[in-house]
Design a binder for this molecule. Structure first.
Ligand SMILES: [Zn+2]
Length: 449
């Protein structure tokens, strides 16, 4: 999953909502969160879980060097993935075998390193070449059918690119960022679906299994795909995105995009009632989010994004394979099979735009608190999952676990309320912020920056 700040920078245009920009402030370097206990997830003799682990181990191996787009590691990981797809009887669905190559020239001031450096004025701009890996359960020439897209991304941050949240990078160190949850977990889950389809077709209509690259740098691969699709976008009925699905805790599964079609809620509820599902679904309507489903949503395709939640290893070298919940990934794969089969019996899957794709009614703001919110918190207020060193929240003494319930005169009932609250203030202003700490109310003065 990409850092939201980069998405906000890249995706300038009519649809960038202020909500989005507000979210951008939630991710940054130097977030200090207390170490959490690492749950040990016993796979036992579960062969499916073991197969998922084997794929995650392969993707996170040193050979692929953290899979940074444009680097040899991502190239090799793409080859590995194309081979896996071929083994699972998927047909090549790129524009050159399983591959779809894209080129992207990032705009300064983003720091990039590449082979084809050119000096343009003061800034060094390098073109980065990435490859999506695309496999399908039918021939691409089959244009008469409705297609479903199951997506993920296989790229990550290499040895610590500009999106790393690891402090070592700022000190000039490098370390491989294995990206087990982000997003070897999604790739492995996609391959699990492909392997089931190889045994017995999941549905009659064709499925595109799309693994994008360039996601971390700004959804480059999925953007390229929806621009130059190898399956006509008019034939794409829906897209389900796995990005960070490896850390299921309890039953809590975040599902984004349920507002993008009127069919989603009923299908989700039905499949969640199936044996072995029973998720505590945290739903969010928006089709715009920090991952590849956004590209499809913007091409008017109904989307869902599954996400098992933020954690302190996000975008750090500590996002390792041993910390994933493989049985949880099996549950998500089962759940997805049910959804795909429910979709297949519908005559049409209408697309609906979600509210936050228009900037008109979204709050605008000029200040940030400098916190990572707990996205899976469903109580009243906005719970802080981490505070950034030297930013307003930390300077005012706020801590991980505090729940913001009021900013100045503005009551904060939820995330939207929090962002509305932020929209009322200016840099340098001092505002009383009420939080609940272990249930007790306290008020601190926050100086906005
Ligand atoms: Zn990411």
């Amino acid at each position: 999953m990409m850092n939201l700040s980069f998405q906000a920078v890249r995706l300038t245009g009519f649809w960038v909502s202020a909500v989005f920009l507000a979210l951008a402030s939630f991710f940054f370097t130097g977030c200090s969160t207390a170490p959490s206990e690492v749950e040990v997830h016993d796979m036992g003799a579960d062969a499916t879980a073991q197969a998922l682990r084997a794929d995650v181990d392969a993707l996170t191996s040193e050979r692929f060097e953290g899979r940074e787009t444009g680097k040899p590691g991502a190239y090799l990981a793409g080859e590995w993935l194309a081979n896996r797809m071929a083994q699972l009887d998927l047909q090549a669905a790129g524009d050159s075998g399983f591959y779809q190559t894209f080129r992207y020239k990032p705009h300064p001031p983003m720091q990039v390193h590449g082979d084809t450096s050119k000096t343009m004025g003061m800034a060094v701009v390098s073109e980065i070449v990435g490859r999506n890996v695309l496999g399908a359960t039918a021939a691409l020439s089959d244009t008469t059918q409705r297609w479903g897209v199951i997506g993920c991304h296989h790229d990550h941050l290499g040895w610590g690119d500009e999106n790393s949240l690891w402090r070592g990078v700022a000190d000039g160190d490098s370390a491989m960022h294995p990206g087990a949850d982000d997003n070897a977990s999604g790739v492995a889950t996609l391959l699990e679906l492909a392997s089931r389809h190889a045994v017995a077709p999941l549905v009659e209509h064709p499925l595109l299994m799309a693994s994008f690259s360039g996601e971390e740098k700004g959804l480059w691969g999925s953007n390229h795909f929806t621009d130059k699709p190898t399956v006509s976008m008019e034939h794409v009925d829906w897209m389900i995105n796995f990005d960070m699905v490896g850390r299921l805790r309890g039953d809590t599964l975040a599902i984004y995009g349920n507002g993008t079609s009127p069919v989603w809620n009923e299908i989700l509820e039905e499949c969640n009632a199936a044996e072995g599902a029973g998720f505590e679904m945290v739903l969010s309507e928006s089709g715009v989010g920090p991952s590849d489903h956004t590209s499809f949503y913007l091409a008017d395709v109904p989307v869902l994004h599954f996400f098992t939640g933020q954690h302190e290893d996000y975008h750090k070298p500590t996002d390792t394979a041993d910390k994933l919940n493989y049985k949880g990934m099996v549950r998500i794969a089962d759940f997805t099979v049910c959804i795909v089969q429910e979709l297949a019996v519908l005559d049409s899957i209408p697309f609906t735009k979600t509210k936050d794709s228009s900037s008109d009614d979204a709050p605008r703001f000029k200040v940030t608190l400098g916190v990572v919110p707990d996205y899976l918190y469903s109580g009243t207020g906005m719970r802080i999952d981490g505070v950034s060193e030297g930013r307003p929240a930390q300077l005012a003494g706020l801590q991980k676990g505090d729940v913001v319930v009021r900013i100045g005169e503005h009551e904060v009932a939820d995330m939207m309320g929090y962002m509305e609250g932020l929209s009322k203030f200016e840099e340098g202003q001092v505002t009383p912020v009420e939080v609940l700490r272990k249930g007790d109310s306290m008020v601190v003065d926050v100086t906005w920056d």
